[in-house]
Design a binder for this molecule. Sequence first.
Ligand SMILES: *Cc1c(COP(=O)(O)O)cnc(C)c1O
Length: 494
Amino acid sequence: MDVLYSSTRSKSAPVKASEAILKGLAEDGGLFVPDHIPALDKSLEELSQMDYRQVAYEVMKLFLTDFTEEELKDCIHKAYDSKFDTELIAPLAEAEGAYYLELFHGATIAFKDMALSILPHLMITSARKNHIENEIVILTATSGDTGKAALAGFADVKGTRIIVFYPKNGVSPIQEKQMVTQKGANTLVVGIHGNFDDAQTGVKKIFSDKELAKELEGKGFQFSSANSINIGRLVPQICYYVYAYAALLKEGKIRAGEKINVAVPTGNFGNILAAFYAKNMGLPIGRLICASNENKVLYDFFSTGTYDRNREFVLTSSPSMDILISSNLERLIYRIAGNDADKNRELMNALTREGKYAVTEEMKEALADFYGAYADEEETFGEIRRLYDACGYVIDTHTAVASAVYQKYVKATGDQTKTIIASTASPFKFTRSVMNAIDAKYDAMGDFELVDELSRLANVPVPPAIEEIRTAPVVHDRQCEADSMKDVVKEFLA
Ligand SMILES: *Cc1c(COP(=O)(O)O)cnc(C)c1O
């Protein structure tokens, strides 16, 4: 059965997967959602005999039903190749009783590579399928990792341009260096004076600016998004949960059908939503543990049923989770509202107007799969140190938030279900914070000195993604105010 995609905010005509990927965001400002979640049509045992690419095909073919087998396999093979430093693509590391799903073995050493290494191929294929002649302009707001992963994916891809906005003072030094050294004539990187939410709001505004769209259409351009609001990002993220389950089964760590829990360090709610979709495809997942940092708007939402972004925005050591408007939550809200676009739109309007909304008691009950908790900075650093001291395994700050929250979860519930912790970034991407967590004495060292020291400590070679930026020249130094993002876009496309 074909899966069609409709907006979370109106009952407009549903579109095919390829059209949803091209558009990114629905015209009414809503997010595209599948009209149903397809069930896995291979057994867990069969999946356990497959490699990553084969599993990815089995999952993605069920969602992207207007892609041919040849098209989809071609995209998968171009994405999950030697850009990843391991054949496994997403290996599991067992440490202190939990399974860390390492999603950082791609080109930019964060989990965004899992989806962004395939999105450009899905996008180009979609354009071809829909006879699009326009150049596609990827517009992206980033809290640090999406930007580089999207740049790496789209740089020098024919028929595309990419513009990335990041909060000038809201990303790690390594993240910033990775972005501003990006090569490719079709790329533009801009630091905005504001936080991630300002960048994301600005991008959404440009997307829904019909006049601008018309003006650019005349010049042969159309916008799309590489943010996790694009269904072409979400679907590839479902694959690694299925793959991880299959890998545990293959290694005899679990029995077929045994439930596992999943803990996910969460910002924009894309990664954990993918796990929720995987569960709804029939993957035996018990609890979805939603881990926040000090920007704990999601924790508060799961405990009270009220989503309230009216609070101080905290800059933490896990910048990719410094978010107060978790865009993908809208897809969950739509679902627990009974797939009712009117109800969802009302709540989202309230969020825009008043910065908050409350779900009904009935809707709240439908959230029982989720367990929200958070870790503050001290707990996050403590978790990095605990794991390193116990077994020498070094995790990054984001992963540490999830790991600390998982510890809290076990303490609070006594639940001993085997658990996968999404390990979303290499510790080399957040070296200073990670090394300081292990020992305060490291604070005196330079950024790249720390990289070498971490390599010695963790007994892991320095990833090529870090080696590359050691000496790379800065090629982007543009900055702007949050309210002049549109002008920057127009100038780049003039
Ligand atoms: C983006 C990101 C997250 C948050 O993922 P969401 O899908 O936005 O919830 C967590 N950790 C890292 C390292 C990231 O880059």
